[in-house]
Design a protein around this ligand. Structure first.
Ligand SMILES: [Zn+2]
Ligand SMILES: [Zn+2]
Length: 410
């Protein structure tokens, strides 16, 4: 009965709509909308007073925002015309008037059963939006975590904005030739503006794995800009073989999210002819970007090595055996300008190889992700210990490097 008394008090305070009345008692009773709940309270109040239960023309609490819900939903629908989406979410910015009324209600008509206006408006917008979609024979559902389209309704300005979430696709790439960086690499001289050194391309290398893969996705999605997020990256001069390296492609403002990925793969592989190849393409959840970037997978490498002085077969074998185990590696001199300078401990799990001549060898290495293989061989002026060079007492360097396998479980 306490609720009834409070409801009557509120009804006496001024013209209020059923939804706003019912919302003050939202947690009472099940299976009713706020509007139905408000209507019931109004009917009881009218019976007590021998009056006709009629909703007022204008509500002082919501300023008739629920009447406007359909209009906002219509604007929202127009904003995403031509965009594919299966999930959506509405967000509402209350006007200063609404904030003040909410505050006033909390103080003057406290109710332990009340629900915030914002949530009620959100729901009304969502429902109106679903109905409009339904009238066009379309469907979408609310997703609180990763909606494809997210609307923000500003009740103060009376406008609607949309954020169209990127589309994500997982895949693996093989890089079959050397001399291709993973992503666009601006010219060192001009920083991308164009100069004689880069032949006015603004780039250090004519193309990149990203530039060979992304355009097909952009076109298939009808998207605006994107990225290739790789699970680590091999050196520009290293090939990436085996099952390839995992990546996630992110496409901004996609018009299409459901792609014929086989056709996309075919297109990429044809255009990148024998340079880069993609496999295992599939749609990906947004969280996969983080997972792929943080991936610490073991890798198998093949390296060609050249020695500054002749090496004995026995010494070579022994050095390989001794290289298995923990390696202390300082950030290599060649990347110290762009990576934090620190010492990491990584493991070599196995290594085998043969001398091709007294000054040349080929080895296969199985090691932790993040181990720099070139420095494992050269020693990097004492930055990596132990190293093949240190164990042999002869300068050694990698002349060719291939990643044979990235051993992940993605
Ligand atoms: Zn109202
Ligand atoms: Zn340049």
């Amino acid at each position: 009965m306490e609720a009834l008394e409070r409801a009557f008090e509120l009804l006496s305070a001024g013209p209020i709509c059923d939804t706003c009345l019912g919302r003050r008692f939202a947690r009472l009773g099940k299976g009713l909308t706020n509007s139905e709940r408000g209507r019931a309270l109004r009917v009881v109040w009218a019976l007590e007073r021998g009056e006709e239960p009629a909703e007022p023309g204008h509500c002082w609490v919501c300023d008739d925002v629920f009447v406007q819900a359909e209009g906002f939903a219509r604007k929202a629908l127009e904003l995403v015309r031509g965009y594919e989406f299966e999930t959506f979410l509405f967000g509402v910015h209350l006007s200063p008037y609404h904030e003040a009324v909410e505050d006033f209600l909390r103080k003057r008509f406290p109710s332990p059963w009340a629900e915030p206006l914002q949530r009620d408006v959100n729901r009304a917008l969502g429902r109106a939006f679903e109905e409009l979609l339904g009238a066009e024979g379309r469907e979408a559902r609310v997703d609180f975590r990763h909606p494809h389209v997210r609307f923000t309704v500003d009740l103060w300005k009376g406008d609607v904005e949309v954020y169209i979430a990127p589309a994500y696709f997982y895949g693996r790439y093989r890089k079959l030739v050397r001399g291709i960086p993973q992503t666009h690499w601006p010219c060192r001289e001009c920083r991308g503006k164009g100069c004689p050194r880069c032949n006015y391309t603004g780039k250090m290398y004519p193309t990149s794995v990203e530039e060979l893969i992304l355009p097909a996705f952009l076109e298939a999605c009808g998207g605006e800009g994107g990225h290739l997020h790789g699970a680590g990256r091999e050196d520009v001069d290293a090939r990436m073989l085996g099952r390839g390296r995992p990546f996630v492609v992110e496409v901004g403002r996609p018009r299409r999210r459901t792609l014929d990925l086989e056709a996309v793969a075919e297109r990429i592989n044809r255009a990148a002819a024998e340079r880069v190849e993609v496999l295992d393409l599939r749609p990906a959840p947004p969280d996969l970007v983080r997972k792929v970037k943080d991936l610490k997978a073991r890798k198998r490498y093949r390296a060609r090595i050249s020695f500054a002085a002749p090496v004995e077969e026995n010494d070579f074998r022994q050095a390989l055996d001794e290289l298995v185990g923990e390696i202390r590696q300082r950030t290599p001199t060649r990347v110290r300008h762009r990576r934090a300078d620190l010492v990491r401990v990584r493991r070599v799990h196995g290594i085998s190889g043969r001398l091709l001549s007294p000054t040349e060898a080929e080895v296969e290495i199985l090691c932790d992700g993040g181990l720099y293989v070139k420095e494992l061989i050269s020693g990097d002026e004492g930055g990596t210990r132990p190293s093949l060079s240190e164990l042999l007492g002869a300068a050694a360097r990698v002349t060719e490097l291939d990643v044979l396998e990235v051993l992940d479980e993605l």
